[in-house]
Design a protein around this ligand. Structure first.
Ligand code: FAD
Ligand code: SF4
Length: 486
């Protein structure tokens, strides 16, 4: 029999299992719901919103899995976790076995279980999703990862014998951490160079505490350190040292994972008034530098009463919900396209709505008005959807005469980010493309010998798991490259 036809036969069989369940009035069982803080409770604190499964709930949810032979869910996972195997171990109550299975492919499971867009990846392809709700793969991943973290007994994988090769990893976001951890497992000596005073990248300075607690990120970083990775902070590569100097210092290969953290602005009049922040600055001040605890922490931030956030992605949702938790009475979210075009995760949009964020869809600021240098109002316009643009979405077109005013004292611009030119400028010979992203082949190899790159600095702003996927791919290529050196 042809391979394709056996595949078809098996998926038909799976469909039949579901059909039979339905015919016997045994509906595809619903997902086990997860506890959350109520919207009223959570808007006044920075604690995590979603509380996670208990052991009983996790076992019950794992029992919904059909253990499909073809496991379409795995095809949706950018790092290829053996999903049915870890779910089976949870069903059997073997939580430690389950986390070890995940860690064969993913070194940041507590992070991924919380922030990965599973609804567009593994869960999107889950067989159960065809007739009902897919298995809550992300929540199960989070459950076992938290189980291990809370037990305090973190198991370390077997490392290969030490080699005499040294690798420098620039940037400690998910791409850099994954590459560093995987290279350390292969026996190489790895040092991460991080520009900020703490490692973690966007996981630490971007995604807020109420979605991804800092303690969770710190425990993942401590795991990477336990694998033998050294982390040097306050090291801006391109300024304090350069890529060429790192080679001179004896590194055999270098991985660049510096993200794409340079904010984009609206370029409308009045955007320089005080009280207008890029989302990057706003979230970094609050998350990394604990501005919400001022004056205990000496990072000031303007806590607006009336706040406008511009954008429709996760960054915009995080900014709006953070502003609310800082004490804003009213937070508007302006998005110039249709609701269905919003790139944010559905769950985040839902949470933002429940918390009372005022969504103004099909609208955008035209200019900002200020008093004595401080923003006092946003003049906005309505938009309508025109022809398709390069992104495949319908282009927003301004509706003439639709101006309206919003009184505001803080504005947060969350319309995307781009590559920071600092490191590429200081690295002659490194080929770039588009707006300054680093050009690589499909295996993360750059135009300069011994230099590899991955994550947002190559793909443009993407996701945690896709950055990790490139970090993993780069590891294999770096390992191959190191083997060619004397
Ligand atoms: P980063 O995480 O950006 O890390 C790069 C690191 O390099 C940083 O620590 C930076 O300080 C350091 N660096 C930069 N320049 C230098 C230099 N010259 N020398 C040394 N170090 C340097 N994705 C999801 O999947 N789910 C989400 O829910 C989600 N929410 C998000 C919310 C926010 C607010 C933001 C900003 C992003 C979100 N993302 C989300 C996207 C995701 O976080 C990124 O795609 C991912 O972090 C990219 O990883 P990276 O390793 O390429 O870069
Ligand atoms: Fe099948 Fe979904 Fe279980 Fe994957 S998670 S094995 S797709 S039922």
């Amino acid at each position: 029999m042809l391979k394709g036809s056996s595949v078809d036969a098996r998926s038909t069989k799976r469909e039949k299992v579901i059909d039979r369940l339905e015919q016997n009035n045994k509906q595809v069982p619903s997902r086990i719901p997860v506890s959350e803080q109520t919207p009223k409770e959570r808007v006044s604190n920075f604690n995590e919103v979603t509380l996670g499964y208990t052991a009983e709930q996790a076992v019950a949810e794992a029992s919904r899995c059909l253990q499909c032979k073809l496991a379409p869910c795995i095809q949706g996972c950018p790092v290829g976790i053996s999903i049915p195997s870890f779910i089976k171990l949870i069903k059997e109550g073997n939580f430690r076995g389950a986390i070890n299975k995940i860690k064969e492919k993913n070194c940041l499971p507590t992070v991924c279980g919380r922030v990965c867009p599973q609804e567009n990846q593994c869960e999107k392809l889950c067989t159960l999703g065809k007739k009902g709700e897919p298995v809550a793969i992300g929540r199960l991943e989070r459950f076992v990862a938290d189980y291990e973290r809370e037990s305090g007994k973190i198991s370390l994988p077997k490392k290969k014998e030490p080699t005499d090769k040294k690798v420098a990893v620039v940037g400690s976001g998910p791409a850099g951490l994954t590459c560093a951890g995987d290279l350390a497992k292969l026996g190489h000596k790895v040092t991460i160079f991080e520009a900020l005073h703490k490692p973690g990248g966007v996981l630490l300075y971007g995604i807020p505490e109420f979605r991804l607690p800092k303690a969770v990120v710190e425990s993942e970083i401590s795991y990477i350190k336990k694998l033998g990775v050294e982390i040097k902070t306050n090291m801006v590569v391109g300024k304090i040292t350069t890529i060429d100097e790192l080679f001179y210092e004896g590194y055999d290969a270098i991985f660049i994972g510096v993200g794409a953290g340079l904010p984009r602005f609206l370029k409308v009049p009045g955007e320089n008034f005080n009280g207008i922040y890029s989302a990057n600055e706003f979230l970094t001040r609050v998350n990394l530098m604990k501005a919400y605890l001022f004056p205990k922490y000496d990072t000031p931030i303007k806590k607006g009463e009336n706040v406008v956030v511009v954008g429709g992605g996760n960054v915009a949702m995080d900014s709006a919900r953070t502003a609310l938790r800082l004490g804003a009475k009213k937070v508007y979210l302006l998005y110039r396209r249709a609701k269905e075009d919003m790139p944010a995760r559905k769950e985040e949009v839902q949470h933002a709505k429940e918390e009372g964020i005022d969504f103004r869809i099909l609208a955008t600021p035209k200019r900002f008005i200020g008093i004595e240098g401080r923003v006092s109002a946003a003049e906005c316009v309505e938009t309508r959807l025109g022809e398709l643009d390069n992104s495949g979405r319908r282009k927003p077109v301004i509706k003439e005469g639709s101006e309206f005013l919003l009184a505001v004292d803080v504005v947060i611009v969350a319309i995307g980010a781009k590559a920071n030119p600092l490191l590429p400028k200081a690295t002659p010979g490194l080929k770039l493309y588009k707006e300054g992203y680093i050009a690589t082949d499909q295996n993360c190899v750059t135009s300069k010998e011994g230099i590899f790159a991955g994550g947002d600095i190559v793909t443009g702003s993407a996701t945690v798991i896709s950055a990790m996927g490139t970090g993993r791919k780069a590891t294999l290529e770096i390992d191959r490259y190191l083997a060619t050196l004397k």
